[in-house]
Design a protein around this ligand. Structure first.
Ligand SMILES: [Zn+2]
Ligand SMILES: [Zn+2]
Length: 865
């Protein structure tokens, strides 16, 4: 509509871990063997059940058959997101739909992997990673959710092999060193005890050894700068194979400390934990270890302790740090560039506040673990030579990374090659989206035309997962940013501001909303509440409210079309364009110009809620409430008829185009039915979708000022009607004291509108008018309005009605006060209930003020002071 060559590519990623989980669960539950097994473990805990579902199924049917099942599942359910987008009226180019596992994108993934490997930016290493024992895969740091939980800090006594001076410094018993830990079961894998080098309490302990309880091992007491003397006793156990800090300590030592893995990939204790514990679940083992320590009198104490525990973002199982061999991307050089382009404003993040979040993460970025031990995804293009027949092959550890499947080892010609079992992190392929979907690595016309793209619209929760990685990969492989603007959209929450979740049962299905209220009303609601930097509190009532707006527009269009269709000069109306004669037409065109400016500006600045509110105000309150109402009499006047009809049509046409991005369906439907007013020989398109988006016209300040007198007068009379409960049918006698000659003139010229719009029988206008006796007053900036009410209103009856209403409010106050002054209620009731009661109180207060104001006015009318 604004004349740009636009491309919006629809598509989805394969959501590796999540999809695999769903399919595993579904397939497992369909399997009779699985069901029998489940009934056997009925009484065991849920974790065990989950392990079972996993292991039984995936490994039973094997890789190929399993992948085939996932593709089948994908064919059945994978279209859901795309279907929702279509229902929402998203104007994507559907012929270009892409999927991260499709052929072209898979080719791009291989290309990127091989190039990064050849440049040394992808490497394989054996180190501690976050492991999910339920999903059986490594996770990147980002995929671990940290949660503060109430746990226990356990103090364990480790006996020194040769005691230091008894009760040495700080009153510490020289026979033991006590360590504090949140994970006692990992002590089976300790390879040292560490203290801070400057901690005088332990000066004599450094260099000694202790007998590690429950094992036959002796371990050293070492010093390390990272030990916090204030944590626990100041002495900590070091378990390099199960803790990231301990891994760092172990690697700093020369020679490095030993790594002993006592927990396996299934979350169960290994043989290395000792025969008593091997095979136990890690949490079960914790209980047994504590029991055993207690029996040997090595458990000093346990105290409550809050600490952060990492969980798998997909299944919420506690993460186990494990030493495994994984693939990594060295992202630091890529991140440096990605920071630079945002600092230099080559990419803008909107709202700007998110830039800090981006910088904070990018500046502390750690290497990205990209291998996942699942089957659904891009299999890593690495093969391992099984024979290592040459010196070169041994030097390369037989690792072959290749774009095509190698037939033999390039180093030793062996034909025994095995491909890596792992797949890549889903985000590895998503990171390439801006160029892989345009045909990269081929040099396509699409890439030339559309890269760099203009804008990425996304959620704040994937700034690191996705946005940052697209920026890094785009810069690396295209030599330019992938997009200019990143618009971080609001999150849709429920009416109370809570995040929607299945477990809370507060999820709103967009399809249901669209079935109930129409897509236009639903879309408009979201746009209207999408204020930058604030979340959307969604309620069905609001959607219902905007459906009235759709109806209002529809009725306005029907009124206009009816009058055009019954006009004998029908053809001429559209062909001759607008020519302005009367004040109201000049005014509405000027207001249209203002609205157009404001909407264009708001859209350019991603203030979608401002744009929505502007178009809503214009169509409902200016076009429908004023212009169309005034036009109703104008079109009966042969001198005005043609120009007013043309202006109606022109304003409607422009309104539809302004509104189209928000409400695509109703605007297209109406636009198809109306003749189009031509301006400057502009071409008329077949669809509103590619018709021109309105640009600003010049404003008519004179018309706006003059019209404001009419609006003030009518609103003033209506206010008095409303406040004093004057029946709508009562035709009123009004006097208006204008403050300027000009206002007087304009009001007099437009008397017929004034009378009709305010339902007044007689209106007297002048600069020297006095307030008539028995009249109510409304003061505006350019005039004072007096409405004669003597004889129209039974003042006594009205006052007593208001007194009664006041009494009712007083009664409600009494009850509310009793509640709100009750400390018990304030303390115990949920916050939102208290807030609601307070809001009720405020509303009653406002109502009471209005009533008292009305009584005062009525008394004035009645002649009382
Ligand atoms: Zn998991
Ligand atoms: Zn080889």
């Amino acid at each position: 509509m604004s004349g740009h060559n636009v491309l919006w590519v629809p598509g989805t990623d394969h959501a590796g871990i999540a999809t695999q989980n769903v399919v595993e669960k579904q397939l497992a539950s369909e399997d009779p063997m699985f069901r029998t097994a489940m009934s056997e473990v009925k009484n065991k805990n849920i974790k065990e059940k989950q392990f079972l579902s996993q292991e039984l199924y995936r490994y039973k049917i094997g890789r190929e058959a399993f992948i085939e099942k996932v593709w089948k599942w994908k064919a059945e359910y994978g279209g859901k997101i795309i279907h929702q987008l279509k229902r929402l009226g998203a104007s994507c180019d559907w012929s270009r739909e892409r999927f991260t596992l499709d052929e072209g994108l898979s080719k791009a993934v291989k290309e990127v992997f091989v190039r990064l490997y050849e440049e040394g930016l992808i490497y394989r290493d054996n180190r501690l990673i976050n492991w999910c024992p339920r999903c059986h895969t490594a996770l990147s740091d980002l995929e671990v959710e940290h949660e503060e939980l109430e746990g226990k800090l356990t103090y364990i006594k480790y006996q020194l092999t040769s005691p230091v001076a008894p009760l040495s410094k700080g009153g510490i018993d020289g026979g033991y060193i006590t360590v504090a830990t949140t994970r006692p079961e990992t002590m089976l894998g300790d390879t040292a005890v560490a203290v801070h080098p400057d901690d005088s309490r332990y000066e004599d302990f450094i260099g000694k050894t202790v007998d590690l309880p429950l094992t036959k091992r002796k371990i050293p007491i070492i010093s390390d700068n990272t030990v916090d003397p204030l944590f626990g006793t100041g002495a900590v156990k070091v378990t390099p194979a199960h803790d990231f800090n301990d891994e760092a300590i172990a690697k700093r030592k020369s020679p490095p400390l030993e790594f002993i893995t006592v927990i396996g990939k299934d979350g169960r204790m290994t043989e290395a934990a000792g025969s008593r514990y091997a095979g136990m679940d890690r949490f079960e083992c914790r209980k047994i270890v504590l029991k055993d320590l207690k029996e040997q009198d090595l458990l000093e104490k346990e105290e409550k302790y809050k600490y952060s525990i990492g969980h798998c973002y997909r299944c919420k199982t506690s993460i186990e740090p494990l030493i495994t061999l994984q693939w990594y991307v060295n992202v630091k050089p890529l991140a440096r560039e990605a920071i630079r382009v945002v600092r230099e404003r080559q990419i803008r993040i909107i709202p700007k506040g998110w830039e800090n979040t981006y910088f904070a993460w990018m500046e502390n970025i750690r290497d990205w673990c990209i291998s996942r031990q699942i089957w659904w995804g891009h299999r890593i293009p690495a093969w391992y030579c099984q024979e290592l027949k040459s010196e070169e092959c041994r030097r390369k550890s037989g690792v072959i990374v290749s774009r095509v499947t190698p037939q033999k080892c390039p180093y030793c010609s062996s034909e025994k090659l095995v491909q890596d079992e792992d797949v890549l992190d889903t985000w590895f392929s998503s990171a390439l989206w801006p160029f892989s979907t345009l045909g990269w690595p081929d040099e396509t016309d699409d890439l030339k035309t559309f890269y760099p793209t203009t804008v990425l619209v996304t959620g704040f929760d994937i700034i690191f997962f996705w946005v940052a990685r697209m920026i890094m990969m785009g810069l690396k492989f295209m030599g330019d940013v992938p997009f200019r603007d990143v618009y971080i959209h609001a999150l849709v929450r429920d009416i109370k501001g809570q995040k929607m979740s299945k477990s809370k049962g507060n999820v709103v299905d967009p399809l249901t909303m669209m079935d109930r209220y129409g897509t236009d009303a639903f879309r408009f609601t979201l746009a209207a509440f999408a204020a930058q930097g604030r979340d959307v509190k969604f309620s069905e009532e609001r959607v219902e409210g905007y459906r009235h707006f759709v109806n209002k527009l529809w009725n306005a269009a029907r009124f206009i079309m009816m009058n055009i269709e019954t006009n004998k000069n029908q053809k001429e109306i559209a062909e001759r364009g607008v020519e302005v004669l009367n004040l109201s037409s000049r005014w509405i065109l000027s207001r249209l110009a203002t609205a157009t400016d404001n909407i264009n500006k708001a859209l350019e600045e991603y203030r979608f809620n401002d744009a929505a509110s502007e178009i809503y105000q214009f169509i409902w309150h200016e076009f429908c409430d004023w212009y169309i109402e005034m036009a109703k009499s104008d079109i009966k006047n042969p001198n005005l008829e043609m120009s007013v009809l043309r202006c109606l049509l022109y304003t409607l046409d422009n309104s539809l185009r302004l509104l189209h991005p928000f409400m695509p369906y109703v605007t297209e439907e109406i636009w198809q039915k109306i003749p189009h007013v031509r301006r400057n020989g502009e071409e008329i398109q077949d669809t509103i979708m590619i018709s021109e988006y309105p640009k600003s016209l010049s404003r008519d300040h004179q018309a706006e000022e003059n019209m404001s007198y009419i609006i003030d007068a009518v609103l003033g009379i209506r206010t008095i009607r409303g406040e004093l409960n004057v029946p709508p049918s009562a035709a009123l006698n009004v006097s208006i004291k204008s403050y300027s000659r000009k206002a007087e003139e304009i009001l007099k010229e437009n008397m017929k509108y004034l009378k009709r719009l305010s339902n007044s029988a007689d209106i007297t206008i002048g600069m020297e008018i006095d307030k008539p006796e028995g009249s109510a007053t409304c003061v505006k900036s350019s005039m004072e309005i007096y409405v004669l009410l003597k004889g129209v209103l039974n003042i006594e009856a009205e006052v007593s009605r208001l007194r009664k209403a006041e009494k009712e409010i007083e009664d409600s106050f009494f009850l509310l006060n009793k509640k709100l002054l009750n400390e018990d209620f304030i303390m115990r009731a949920p916050k939102e209930v208290v807030e609601k009661e307070k809001a009720k109180y405020e509303e009653l207060l406002r109502r009471k003020e209005r009533i008292l104001e009305s009584i005062k006015k009525l008394k004035e009318v009645g002649g009382e002071k």
